[in-house]
Design a protein around this ligand. Structure first.
Ligand code: 1CP
Length: 397
């Protein structure tokens, strides 16, 4: 089993994140309560807008030097406790040769939407060599994070989080061909033509799972699967048509690092997912469904991998105490500051943050984050102040 580059048993993420227990069961006091933001890199930062000027979004992602620099920008500026790899969930489509771009002000747009059985059968293979610029960007990023720690005289290197789109969210863009509000296309397909849906979702799970794996193997210390639009699904639909595919995506990264004695935290996030949050947790641990062509799950025959370390991302709609009730007290939580309050008066925002901290106090670990991405119009100085407040609160609050 290949070794994961850059992960060590004392990776700061693991200590800070879980906070309470070592593998031997000893109590551990983390140095500070960790915080990072979804979309912390990007349009809220003037240095990002300056660097990206004249380069399309997806070209920027595939330029290792630029992707690494953009990933580092918010770490330098805000002192967040994790870097999030600058990329996008549609990058595996581009790497497979699919005509996709990110239209400014719109989002991902495909030249030809994928709607029929024939469309799905014509989906290209994604060659493993295509991930080379991703691995190179991750390596440049981790080198930059090491240099930054050295510069600042810190022994702990800020960890890097890799990510991918979950099969439903990725397939939603593929079927609709662009962002949509209700995702009617993929939801109709899973009922009207389940075979085509399963083939499409299995393809998406494969490319997304391998995209995450490529990032972890190159040095990312954790991986997050974004099922941003899973909240448009009812519980039965999620369980029957989506969860097995998300489990298949996770199975590509489950147990990586086991031979080095570390667990790679696996985070599963969606918005509007209060009704399915326990199923999303289970998707991390359940591994691959039979016959999907995915890798074997841990414990299954042929698997040489250890257990998963599940973390659930909670959006701003669900109180963390209630989220903990639904996923179980042993599951660490990530979230869930309401991004809308980033533009509220500071006192209002501070009050809200203190409530979020208090509501996460019962969880087995709590990483402060937003309940969804940083809005582009956010004042970056507010974000820096939020980080500083959370570090000041520490574990007292
Ligand atoms: O720091 C970071 O988090 C930046 C890295 C990042 C991530 C994690 C980007 C860069 N995209 C993503 C994931 C992503 N991409 C998700 C899941 C997270 C979420 O829900 O926010 C989704 C749904 C996408 C698809 C996407 N890409 C959208 C959403 C469109 C819709 O349906 O409403 C958009 C606007 C993009 C473009 C994009 N991706 C990333 C950035 C910085 C941007 C904006 C690019 C630009 O302004 O040119």
């Amino acid at each position: 089993h290949p070794l994961v580059r850059g992960i060590t048993a004392d990776a700061p993420l693991l200590n800070q994140y879980r906070g309470t227990r070592t593998a031997a069961g000893e109590q551990q006091v983390p140095s500070r309560r960790p915080v990072w933001f979804m979309r912390q890199a990007g349009r809220s930062l003037p240095e990002y807008r300056a660097l990206r000027e004249g380069t399309t979004m997806l070209d920027a992602c595939l330029d290792p030097e630029m992707a690494a620099e953009i990933t580092l920008q918010p770490v330098r500026r805000h002192d967040v406790d994790a870097a999030i790899f600058f990329s996008d969930i549609v990058i595996p489509l581009r790497l497979a040769g699919i005509d996709v771009e990110i239209k400014p002000g719109v989002g991902p747009v495909l030249g030809s939407p994928v709607r029929t059985r024939a469309d799905v059968e014509a989906l290209p293979e994604l060659d493993e060599a295509a991930f080379a610029p991703i691995a190179e960007a991750v390596q440049k990023t981790t080198a930059g994070l090491e240099a930054l720690a050295q510069e600042q005289g810190r022994s702990a290197v800020t960890p890097l989080i890799g990510f991918a789109g979950a099969p439903f969210t990725l397939a939603a863009y593929m079927v609709e061909g662009r962002p949509s509000r209700d995702h009617l296309g993929p939801r109709a397909m899973m009922h009207g033509d389940p075979e085509t849906w399963n083939a499409l979702a299995a393809w998406a799970a494969d490319v997304s799972g391998r995209f995450m794996r490529a990032q972890v193997m190159a040095g990312a210390s954790a991986a997050q699967l974004f099922d941003s639009w899973a909240g448009s699904l009812g519980r039965e639909d999620y369980a029957a048509h989506v969860q097995p595919h998300s489990a298949a995506a996770f199975s590509h990264v489950t147990g990586l690092g086991a031979e080095q004695g570390v667990e790679v935290p696996l985070i599963h996030f969606g918005t509007g997912t209060g009704d399915i949050i326990d199923l999303m947790r289970d998707a991390i641990t359940e591994g691959a469904p039979q016959g999907s062509g995915a890798r074997p799950a841990p414990g299954e025959e042929g698997s040489d991998r250890g257990a998963a370390h599940p973390v659930v991302g909670v959006d701003y709609r669900l109180n963390l105490t209630e989220a903990g009730r639904r996923v179980g007290a042993e599951t660490p939580l990530q979230g869930n500051i309401d991004p809308a309050l980033l533009t509220a008066p500071w006192e209002v925002l501070e009050n809200h943050i203190r409530q979020v901290v208090a509501s996460g106090a019962g969880a087995a670990g709590h990483v402060l984050n937003l309940g969804h991405g940083v809005p582009p119009e956010t004042d970056p100085e507010v974000l820096t102040r939020v980080v500083s407040l959370i570090h000041d609160i520490g574990y007292e609050g």
